[in-house]
Write a protein that binds this ligand. Structure first.
Ligand code: PNS
Length: 165
């Protein structure tokens, strides 16, 4: 069985992520979307909230061979623990490449059994990122073109609470 891991911060999951997850689900028997810690980011949503958002989005999209998990440690250790064949990442622009290439090489050194596979982001999602979604939403902008509609209320509510603090 070919199992792939789709790691990320997913803070929150966007239409760009959903596109990559959907396409990965067609390439592998099973995909685990794993919410991880990116040491250089300060997340808005907790791990549990991010998992819940992903769960809703995947259920709503009706993708059956994808599950959601969370791991606060090294991606290579998680891949080893799950006996993963591949680590799937979405690649947006040239600016993503250097960082992703560095991570792929590090992960290969730590766990050579898993191959990092890059899926090129669809043209309509090229500019999309979770940071952009948060920035637009924080200033009251419309984010319905950026995130799956089933999670719009949770994102709006979270940002409303953030403003109250
Ligand atoms: O969505 P992101 O923020 O680009 O995802 C990056 C993420 C979370 C996949 C990366 O930071 C990561 O792998 N974190 C886990 C810790 C780890 O293994 N770091 C070394 C990577 S070479």
């Amino acid at each position: 069985m070919k199992l792939a891991i789709c790691p990320g911060s997913f803070d929150p999951v966007t239409l760009g992520h959903l596109d990559i997850i959907t396409r990965a689900s067609k390439l592998f028997d099973k995909v685990i979307v794993v919410v991880m810690t990116n040491a250089s980011k300060s997340p808005l949503f907790t791990h549990v909230e991010r998992m819940d958002l992903l769960q809703r989005v995947i259920e709503d999209a009706g993708i059956e061979n994808v599950t959601v998990d969370c791991y606060d440690g090294l991606l290579a250790d998680y891949a080893k623990m799950r006996n993963a064949t591949a680590i799937v990442k979405g690649l947006r622009a040239v600016s993503d490449f250097e960082y992703e290439f560095q991570m792929a090489l590090t992960n290969r050194k730590l766990y050579p059994e898993a191959e990092t596979v890059f899926l090129t982001t669809s043209a309509e999602n090229l500019y999309l990122s979770s940071s952009l979604v948060k920035q637009v939403a924080r200033f009251g902008g419309e984010i319905s073109d950026f995130v799956p509609s089933c999670i719009l209320p949770q994102i709006t509510e979270k940002l409303r609470k953030e403003r109250e603090v």
